[in-house]
Design a protein around this ligand. Structure first.
Ligand SMILES: O=C(O)c1cc(=O)[nH]c(=O)n1[C@@H]1O[C@H](COP(=O)(O)O)[C@@H](O)[C@H]1O
Length: 306
């Protein structure tokens, strides 16, 4: 899947992943109103609203970008109905030709990680049959439990030609609390980065590994160091837009081939219609506002990489 992702990034000239994180407060009233009329102010109504919201956004942007990243918590909060909307979103985006990164941030003891890996990326055995569960193309993985927690994902990725992004240095303000701690004089995120490079060597695509990393746009200097430590890892870079990351911060996350990083924006794209810059579109045209925001993000990144 990493080869397909790289090819789509080159084709669209947009190293961008749009985060489908549909919080209800970002969904225009005409969408929620219709869903609640049909299903009531219920979990089903919420799930219908997030599905319709996602669909409208995807229909407006799918030709501009290589990938989307639905964040599972935004669906899971609505229970089983939310998870159905998650699955519908994954399937619809794949139908539209998008690579789907399941933002699931999983990682546990070996047997449990195996179940997560099978459920999200692989096939689960049911009697004599094997069936896909959620079937995303890639997923985010939390490495805190060590190799036991990560290797089951790598095994499934090898079988399925799929990939993962391992959390190395996250974008949030308190990420340094543990991740920056010095161990034998070196920050923990560098040690995790080295491990990502080692895991990645086991499962290489054409030019990049199926095993990538997450490094926040909010820490560009650390991104620069990590780029060198894991040259073959694709870096998923969240934190652009709503969390303050700017185009100018991104250059160091890329390799000299102009590849190697894919930048996420969630609220900055899906809730663009709420920003002053795109207010002219109006809530009715939230999908068109998202399209304009993707076009602006693409230009911003392109000019940062010149
Ligand atoms: O793994 C991630 O995607 C992730 C890692 C990280 O370090 N920081 C981070 O913000 N994310 C996710 O990226 C998205 C960022 O959303 P926005 O801040 O709205 O663009 C959310 O879905 C976060 O869960």
């Amino acid at each position: 899947m990493i080869n397909e992702l790289v090819a789509k990034i080159q084709k669209t000239n947009a190293p961008i992943v749009v985060g489908l994180d549909p919080m209800l407060k970002y969904i225009p009233e005409h969408v929620t109103g219709k869903a609640y009329k049909e299903f009531g102010e219920t979990l089903e109504g919420a799930a219908e609203a997030i599905w319709q919201f996602n669909k409208e956004i995807v229909d407006n942007i799918y030709d501009l970008i290589p990938a989307v990243k639905p964040q599972i918590a935004m669906y899971e909060q609505f229970g089983v109905e939310g998870m159905i909307a998650f699955k519908k979103t994954v399937d619809y985006c794949k139908e539209k030709g998008l690579v789907v990164i399941g933002d699931i941030k999983r990682g546990d003891i070996g047997s449990t990680s195996e179940a997560y890996a099978v459920g999200h990326l692989g096939k689960v055995q049911v009697g004599s049959k094997s069936c896909y569960g959620f079937n995303e193309d890639l997923a985010t993985v939390n490495p805190y439990l060590g190799s036991d927690g990560v290797e089951p994902f790598i095994d499934v990725c090898k079988k399925e030609k799929k990939g993962i992004f391992i959390l190395v240095k996250t974008s949030n303000p308190s990420s340094g609390e543990f991740q920056d701690r010095l161990i034998d004089g070196r920050p923990l995120y560098e040690i995790v980065g080295e491990k990502v490079a080692e895991w990645g060597a086991q499962h290489m695509g054409e030019s990049y590994s199926y095993i990538g990393a997450v490094v926040g746009a909010t820490y560009p200097e650390m991104g620069k160091a990590l780029r060198k430590i894991m040259p073959k890892a694709y870096i998923l870079v969240p934190g652009y837009g709503a969390q303050g990351g700017k185009g100018a911060d991104l250059a160091h996350f890329f390799n000299e081939d102009g590849l190697g990083a894919i930048v996420n924006s969630s609220r900055g794209i899906i809730a663009a219609y709420k920003e002053e810059k795109y207010a002219g579109f109006g809530a009715e045209n939230f999908g068109a506002a998202s399209r304009a925001a993707v076009e602006d993000m693409q230009k911003d990144i392109a000019s940062a990489l010149k």
